[in-house]
Design a protein around this ligand. Structure first.
Ligand SMILES: [Zn+2]
Length: 191
């Protein structure tokens, strides 16, 4: 017995979906397929965005500035391409507000662009409800698995919601710990 198949099996599709940041000029428009946003503390390290390893982070110890990036699985209904977009804190916060308000991001239309047409111009996102009739959305890229592969890490939990009031404290504690560790490393002549 043999079988005919309606599409290639996933393991025969080479390459991971692209990770896309806001373009220098113009905008990216598409539909969010993720139900929820996923984000991580990050460092810009050796020319790429790396996730922070928290208590076991050599980048924190080395004093590399700690940032945050949010990620969403999205779909372009014109090209049918699925990819992942990366957001800086301000647009990521707006996306979190939308998720809080509507309970899901899936199906939301987005426009990702920069406020000024410069490579480091502020990233902006506009969100809009999808009309009731529209194309059927594909299953979303598994963001946890995608980011784990991207960074070679395993995340503790699927979803961690930082408490707004506690978040600042956590960052400060972490920075203090990093400074203490850095000072200790310098004392030992270990840079
Ligand atoms: Zn770190």
């Amino acid at each position: 017995m043999t079988q005919l198949e309606s599409r290639p099996p996933r393991e025969h599709l080479l390459g991971a979906p692209r990770l896309i940041r806001a373009p220098e000029k113009g905008a990216i428009v598409g539909i969010i397929t993720s139900s929820h946003q996923r984000g991580s503390r990050t460092h810009h390290y050796q020319g790429r965005t790396e996730c922070c390893r928290w208590n076991d982070c050599k980048m924190c110890v080395a004093g590399v500035r700690r940032e945050y990036h949010g990620y969403l699985a999205v779909w372009d209904p014109k090209s049918l391409e699925q990819f992942v977009i990366e957001l800086t804190p301000a647009p990521s916060d707006l996306v979190a507000d939308w998720e809080e308000k509507w309970g899901t991001l899936r199906g939301c239309i987005f426009r990702l662009f920069r406020a000024t047409e410069k490579v480091n111009g502020r990233v902006r996102i506009q969100l809009k409800e999808r009309p009731a009739t529209g194309p059927r959305l594909p299953a979303a890229i598994d963001l946890k698995a995608y980011l784990e592969r991207l960074w070679g890490v395993v995340f503790e939990s699927e979803h961690r919601v930082p408490e707004r009031s506690g978040a600042v404290e956590v960052i400060m504690q972490s920075n203090e710990a990093a400074v203490a560790m850095r000072e200790k490393a310098l004392k030992n002549g270990d840079t």
